[in-house]
Design a protein around this ligand. Structure first.
Ligand SMILES: *[C@@H]1O[C@H](CO)[C@@H](O)[C@H](O)[C@H]1NC(C)=O
Ligand SMILES: *[C@@H]1O[C@H](CO)[C@@H](O)[C@H](O)[C@H]1NC(C)=O
Ligand SMILES: *[C@@H]1O[C@H](CO)[C@@H](O)[C@H](O)[C@H]1NC(C)=O
Ligand SMILES: *[C@@H]1O[C@H](CO)[C@@H](O)[C@H](O)[C@H]1NC(C)=O
Ligand SMILES: *[C@@H]1O[C@H](CO)[C@@H](O)[C@H](O)[C@H]1NC(C)=O
Length: 939
């Protein structure tokens, strides 16, 4: 075989890909017309394999085994007779178990898209010694197996807890177009992930809901079906002896699949590629995402302004309308950082063009000069489909470089907004470089601050093999329904790629694989089948777009992408796609956002107030509640459809009030959000987190999908019901202070009893947990200005505790540098520590790394708000660095609510408790300080 000529150390992956895709496509091209496959529910898909040899490669290279088919089955095609097993502890906390055809290279996610440790080649293995023990251990995880039938298990070494066990789940099945494997699971395991999917039941996976994974332009209003992204990964959280212990399992595979979760088992049915499992040991949820993103790529650093508020609408007919929107926000004093265009700026929906009438370039440039001078940003949408039009330069250059996806040797014809289009192939190096060049050309035309890549599942208004009609115009002139297919098309059913033997539950209705997308028998570069690479389209486009933007002006790119795959978070942000202005959609947004944090894509939000039109009479109240929640999405954008009523936040007085309130707090919290962005980039830690991330032992929090955390210690409890003026919220154990009025306190035990919180129409409940030092600034209406204002440190001790500590941190940098690193002169990181001892002695100190950047920017701390102390606040002698004195006042607690908290705390609550404010400071943030004082305790 071709591959045997290469040394495993210098393995040329691109050639390997070429080889395997040639093999794949020749099979495809000569495939006999598929026979009809009547449903055969009773026939077993397979009978399993037997492990016939197992060797251990030298130098920790892993185990390599050989599996022999036990008995053939013809359901879903012939079995592959001999399989190769490869097991390796790639890190202390990660083990990989890969099963593939022993003879022939199969399709797998290209290594240049998702760089990772290679598996050994199929032949020319370094010699190994027979492996005879039953267990192969790494630092944290252990692999065990049985020989006949072959099955395997992964367990946690320290506790013996079994994480995955394929024994007795059903046979391993491995065919060219059908792979099946089942693991058993304990019934009380809580599972999360397997997306992208709108989950009406919340973040915790519900047994027997369908989990189909295949990128599809099905809007987010569709429940329990395959949506825009493909993330075949789940986190499994189990409570063992009172402690939450988590791990994750990734099946790295880009082919379409159904995953069946039955509560006590999980079955994968995949229609191609490899069984390539990665197990991440955790044991904490944060350790899981750290290990996961270490492998798939750390979340991309986002520029500071991306955490500001964004406004978009499809239907800003001309530039004057956009200008009026910016004015509207300004007049209503609602913060706005970024204004967007969705399609309207383009000339006849053609990418990288401007509408000469409604968005004339000179006027647009003047507008951009003006808003850029204020610190605002501008982002526009582009779609992958390139209009077929011989006088359109983008198309001409694409044709010259031959970079479009093909069917039967011709560019594959589809229809999207411009009418007939071809789709560029981002797996083709020329396709990627052509795109990078088009991004550069466009940026010279319009200096946009980011790009929004939409419709990249990829979406096609037609299905099958199409031609430009000769009998009618396409696009239909002045059509009110440009999304109806106007090409002449015929369905493709004649290849096993268009009509595979096993039908996934595509679009919730077992639609043909190529339904409203590229025909799955179409080919990419080097003959790579769309059948295999389909779900990588948006991922490959995000990588190329990122390269394009990164090269411009040396700035940190901002990209918003709809279609995602494992690893997309390293390049782009995501929004949950086309939702609707309903209360259900408001609720669903939380689970999807939390899932993307788990998927390593923490910069995520949902269209605030809803994209598709809703009942206009209900929209005002909904929009108030939505901005209250959306102000705490990591990515916060209002976006509407042209058919929706106008829903900018200033349209209604009441919504404007809610927006000023909630976004006002967001803009004060920007340093915290930006620090979370830094931590996400360092360790994958999500910005928005399910409660179990910070409280893994707190079982009542496992399914909570109506509240969430920002970081470890800020909890958002939105109103999600029409007409409600209170909200029922659970509080993990400890003291929680209302961030809008820190004199309001909740002290919670660990029984998970709900607390009824007041929630008038214009207010949202946001609480900060004990043990936290939260950095806030004064806020403002634009992030550039807000980030220069003085800091307040909110220091939250447990209510009335005698001895307690609190910690926090802040990262500041020049956010336009491409990299987000801690380097002298370019960024500053400050840790804060606070303690109270004996209920009396209070110390607050900071520890600065690389202070010069912050000193250069003149950032100062002006105030401390210290919560949870007791005593009297008069004449507090606050010493700063041992000498200076500062002003301090003590303010009494307004209300304290105890829920399932122990008696002792309640006693303390009856005593006099205060919030101490130390004001009038001007401490340089970039210089370490220590502040001390003693509380006066009354007898
Ligand atoms: C997997 O399940 C089989 C069958 O119940 C059992 O014998 C084996 O011990 C299990 N392996 C692990 C690691 O739990
Ligand atoms: C822009 O569009 C609006 C809404 O359609 C219209 O009223 C206005 O006249 C247009 N202005 C310009 C300058 O075209
Ligand atoms: C093709 O593109 C040119 C230039 O952008 C445009 O003027 C023309 O109307 C387009 N033709 C069609 C059929 O869309
Ligand atoms: C093509 O397939 C689609 C989706 O299954 C179906 O709705 C349509 O009727 C088919 N068209 C023809 C011409 O068979
Ligand atoms: C396919 O998905 C739809 C939508 O979620 C669901 O109603 C249906 O039960 C699923 N079918 C199967 C066989 O799982």
């Amino acid at each position: 075989m071709l591959v045997t000529r290469f040394s495993p150390h210098l393995f040329p992956w691109r050639l390997l890909l070429l080889f395997l895709t040639l093999v794949g496509s020749s099979n495809g091209a000569v495939a006999a017309p598929a026979k009809a496959h009547p449903p055969r529910p009773k026939a077993a898909a397979g009978f399993g394999y037997k492990l016939v040899s197992l060797v251990e490669l030298p130098n920790g290279g892993g185990l390599v085994g050989s599996l022999q088919l036990k008995q053939p089955s013809s359901t879903y095609g012939p079995d592959i007779a001999r399989l190769r097993l490869f097991v390796k502890h790639e890190t202390q906390d990660r083990v990989r178990v890969q099963i593939t055809d022993a003879e022939k290279q199969r399709w797998e996610v290209p290594y240049d898209l998702l760089p990772r440790e290679p598996a050994p080649p199929l032949t020319k293995l370094p010699g190994g010694a027979p492996f005879t023990t039953g267990e192969y251990s790494g630092q944290s995880l252990s692999f065990t197996y049985g020989r006949d039938p072959f099955h395997f298990a992964v367990h946690r070494k320290s506790t013996g807890q079994t994480l995955f066990n394929t024994s007795h789940g059903g046979p391993l099945v491995f065919k060219d177009q059908y792979l099946e494997l089942t693991t058993r699971l304990p019934k009380d395991a809580a599972l999360y992930g397997l997306g992208e999917n709108t989950q009406p039941g919340g973040i915790k996976l519900r047994p027997n809901d369908p989990y189909t994974i295949f990128t599809t332009d099905a809007s987010a209003i569709n429940l329990n079906t395959d949506l825009y992204g493909s993330h075949p990964v789940y986190v499994d959280l189990r409570n063992i002896g009172g402690h939450g212990v988590a791990h994750a399992v990734l099946l790295l595979n880009s082919n379409a699949m159904d995953v069946f979760y039955r509560g006590d088992s999980l079955t994968y049915k995949v229609i191609g590629g490899l069984l390539d499992f990665y197990f991440f040991a955790g044991p904490t949820p944060l350790a899981v995402v750290d290990q996961y993103t270490a492998m798939i790529g750390r979340p991309a650093p986002m520029p500071y302004w991306a955490f500001g508020f964004h406004q978009c609408r499809w239907g800003y007919q001309n530039l004057s309308v956009v200008e009026a929107v910016v004015e509207g926000y300004r007049n209503a004093q609602i913060p706005l950082d970024v204004i967007w265009n969705d399609d309207d700026h383009m000339d006849a929906a053609k990418d990288f063009t401007l509408d000469p009438v409604n968005y004339p370039r000179p006027k647009l440039l003047a507008f951009l000069d003006k808003i850029h001078a204020q610190g605002m940003k501008y982002i526009v949408l582009i779609d992958p489909g390139i209009a077929v039009n011989s006088s359109y330069g983008v198309y001409q250059r694409g044709m010259e470089r031959d970079i479009f996806i093909k069917l039967d040797g011709q560019p594959y014809l589809a229809q999207v907004w411009p009418g007939p289009v071809y789709f560029p192939d981002f797996l083709n190096p020329n396709g990627a470089s052509w795109w990078i060049d088009e991004v550069r050309r466009f940026h010279e035309l319009v200096p946009v601050d980011g790009l929004w890549i939409d419709m990249n599942e990829v979406s096609n208004f037609c299905t099958g093999k199409c031609t430009i009609p000769t009998t009618h115009k396409c696009p239909v002139p002045n059509s009110k329904e440009p999304w109806l297919c106007c090409l002449d098309c015929k369905n493709l059913t004649n290849t096993r790629w268009d009509d595979p033997p096993y039908k996934i539950n595509a679009s919730g209705k077992s639609a043909p694989l190529g339904y409203n997308t590229i025909a799955t028998s179409a080919t990419h570069y080097n003959g790579i089948l769309e059948y295999n690479a389909h779900s990588l389209y948006g991922f490959s486009q995000a990588i190329a777009t990122h390269k394009g933007l990164q090269g411009l002006q040396g700035k940190r790119p901002f990209i918003l992408t709809r279609s995602t795959f494992v690893g997309s978070g390293a390049y782009a942000a995501h929004w949950t796609g086309d939702n609707k202005g309903t209360w259900e959609n408001l609720r669903y947004s939380i689970s999807t956002i939390l899932n993307f944090g788990i998927f390593g894509m923490p910069m995520v939000g949902a269209d605030i107030c809803g994209f598709y039109p809703a009942d206009p009479n209900l929209l005002e109240e909904l929009c108030s509640r939505w901005i209250e929640l959306g102000a705490f999405y990591p990515f916060s954008r209002d976006h509407a459809n042209f058919a929706s009523p106008r829903q900018e936040l200033y349209i209604w007085g009441s919504v404007a009030k809610s927006a000023r309130n909630a976004l006002g707090m967001r803009y004060r919290m920007l340093p915290y959000l930006y620090t979370l962005n830094y931590h996400a980039h360092q360790s994958g830690a999500p910005v928005a987190r399910p409660l179990f991330f910070a409280f893994p032992d707190f079982v009542p929090g496992y399914g909570v999908s109506t509240q969430f955390l920002l970081g470890d210690s800020v909890m958002v409890s939105p109103v999600l019901e029409q007409g409600a003026t209170s909200v029922s919220a659970v509080f993990p154990p400890g003291t929680w202070y209302n961030l809008f009025d820190t004199r309001k306190v909740i002290v919670s035990g660990n029984n998970g009893d709900a607390v009824k919180l007041d929630a008038p129409l214009n207010e949202i409940n946001v609480h900060v947990h004990e043990g936290t030092v939260l950095p806030l600034q004064r806020g403002g209406s634009i992030s550039r200005d807000a980030r220069a204002t003085p800091f307040t440190l909110v220091i939250a001790f447990p209510f009335g505790a005698a001895d307690a500590d609190a910690e926090g941190a802040v990262y500041v940098d020049d956010d336009e540098r491409p990299a987000m690193v801690l380097a002298e002169g370019e960024a500053t990181y400050v840790r804060f520590h606070a303690s109270v001892r004996g209920g009396k002695e209070v110390t607050v100190r900071s520890e600065v790394s690389m202070g010069s950047y912050s000193l250069k920017k003149g950032l100062v701390v002006e105030k401390l708000s210290v919560l949870g102390l007791e005593g009297s606040g008069r004449d507090l002698a606050v010493r700063v660095d041992g000498t200076e004195e500062a002003d301090a006042t003590a303010i009494a607690v307004a209300s304290a609510h105890f829920v399932g908290a122990d008696e002792k705390l309640q006693e303390v609550g009856k005593k006099r408790s205060v919030m101490v404010e130390v004001g009038g400071l001007a401490l340089p943030l970039g210089k370490s300080f220590t502040m001390t004082w003693n509380m006066h305790i009354q007898a």
